[in-house]
Design a protein around this ligand. Structure first.
Ligand SMILES: [Cu+2]
Length: 159
């Protein structure tokens, strides 16, 4: 019984990590977003330990909609663009990071405060749903657990 309890604790208790089938989400973070009705963005590394898969959607309670976004170069400017899916190669990973692919929250129901946690459900074509607890960091955070002084790259800036 003891080992079962420990296994359950490991499965449920690891903050910021979720494993469903072959999917493992590491180092999720989101930037604090001050405006109700505004947008927010979340980032993470998704490891795929199985056959090729695709992240096809994301859901959260915090906003009216959640989209999968990437950045594409348009002349000298990088712009965000909605994508239908993010590819996960066989035994590969997808890195969602500022300036690249990300999860976009549109129409926030309330300000998202630094220090809080957002429950995000990711749906994969093959692996199914994975719930990730995403810690909220400073508005200019560039990496999990760290912040870029001065919020050098704002998500809205598309720079
Ligand atoms: Cu976006």
């Amino acid at each position: 019984m003891k080992s079962i309890a420990i296994a359950a604790a490991l499965f449920l208790g690891l903050a910021g990590q979720a494993v469903a089938a072959d999917i493992e989400v590491a180092n999720p973070f989101m930037r604090a977003a001050p405006m109700t009705g505004g947008t927010g963005a979340a980032f993470m590394t998704i490891h795929n330990h199985g056959a090729a898969d695709r992240l096809v959607s994301a859901q959260a309670e915090i906003s009216k909609s959640v989209e999968l976004h990437t950045h594409v170069k348009d002349g000298d400017i990088y712009r965000m663009r909605k994508v239908e899916a993010l590819a996960l190669p066989e035994h590969g990973s997808a890195e969602l990071k500022p300036g690249g692919d990300h999860i976009m929250f549109i129409g926030l129901n309330a300000p998202v405060k630094e220090g809080s946690t957002v429950a995000l459900t990711l749906t994969f074509e093959k692996a199914g749903k994975v719930v990730v607890q995403v810690p909220v960091q400073s508005p200019g955070a560039m990496a999990p657990g760290g912040a870029m002084p001065g919020g050098m790259m704002q998500h809205h800036g598309h720079n």
